[in-house]
Write a new protein. Structure first.
Lengths: 111, 111
């Protein structure tokens, strides 16, 4: 079956604009994660959804970042008023309870 | 929260030799420890994982060991091949919580 799908694969935006990144998880996966990876760096946790539980938003770096998930389906990560330091690859993963299977990521470049 | 430290940050081995990457974690509640391989321009790929009720797990040339008392776990790759060259990340989590990642190890297998 299909893996985790993220779109767009690349996004270039002007500083100050809002962007929306999409993640389609593997069907049946109750857990969904968003991570940020700056060039040559590790994975920085942003937000975690697990079933109908309240999401763990403890990794969101500022109130410009938000994420939603529709049931156990699609998730969108929104970054408002983008800044140059938001440039990174945004990775989505899904799994059942503890596992995380990653998509290919969205490379965001803020110019 | 959880803190995961990973060593070394870079590792070069000759083809056919073994490679060992080590991680320590801080939260005794963590009970799930996956390892990921990330090739350039791709998302991390889950290669092996271990839960805290097991001390060792093997899958062909890859093995992971866990010492829950000391809070450390290691990845062992035997008979390394050039295609093993990549960045490897350890992580700790479990019990339907978010995964915390180590900072990564760049493994280079020299032909």
């Amino acid at each position: 079956g299909a893996g985790v799908s993220q779109s767009p694969s690349n996004k270039v935006t002007e500083k100050g604009k809002d962007v929306e990144l999409r993640c389609d998880p593997i069907s049946g996966h109750t857990a969904l994660y968003w991570y940020r990876q700056r060039l040559g760096q590790g994975l920085e946790f942003l937000i975690y959804f697990q079933g109908n539980s309240a999401p763990d938003k403890s990794g969101l770096p500022s109130d410009r970042f938000s994420a939603e998930r529709t049931g156990e389906s699609v998730s969108t990560l929104t970054i408002q008023r983008t800044q140059q330091e938001d440039s990174a690859v945004y990775l989505c993963a899904s799994g059942v309870v503890d596992e995380a299977f990653f998509g290919q990521g969205t490379r965001l470049t803020v110019v | 929260g959880e803190n995961v430290e990973q060593h070394p940050s870079t590792l070069s081995v000759q083809e056919g030799d073994s490679a060992v990457i080590k991680c320590t974690y801080s939260d005794s509640a963590s009970n799930y420890f996956p390892w990921y391989k990330q090739e350039l321009g791709k998302g991390p790929q889950l290669i092996i994982d271990i839960r805290s009720n097991v001390g060792e797990k093997k899958d062909q040339r890859i093995a992971v060991t866990l010492n829950k008392t000391a809070k450390h776990f290691s990845l062992h790759i035997t008979e390394t091949q050039p295609e093993d060259s990549a960045v490897y990340f350890c992580a700790a989590g479990g019990s339907a919580r978010q995964l915390t990642f180590g900072s990564g190890t760049q493994l280079t297998v020299l032909p």
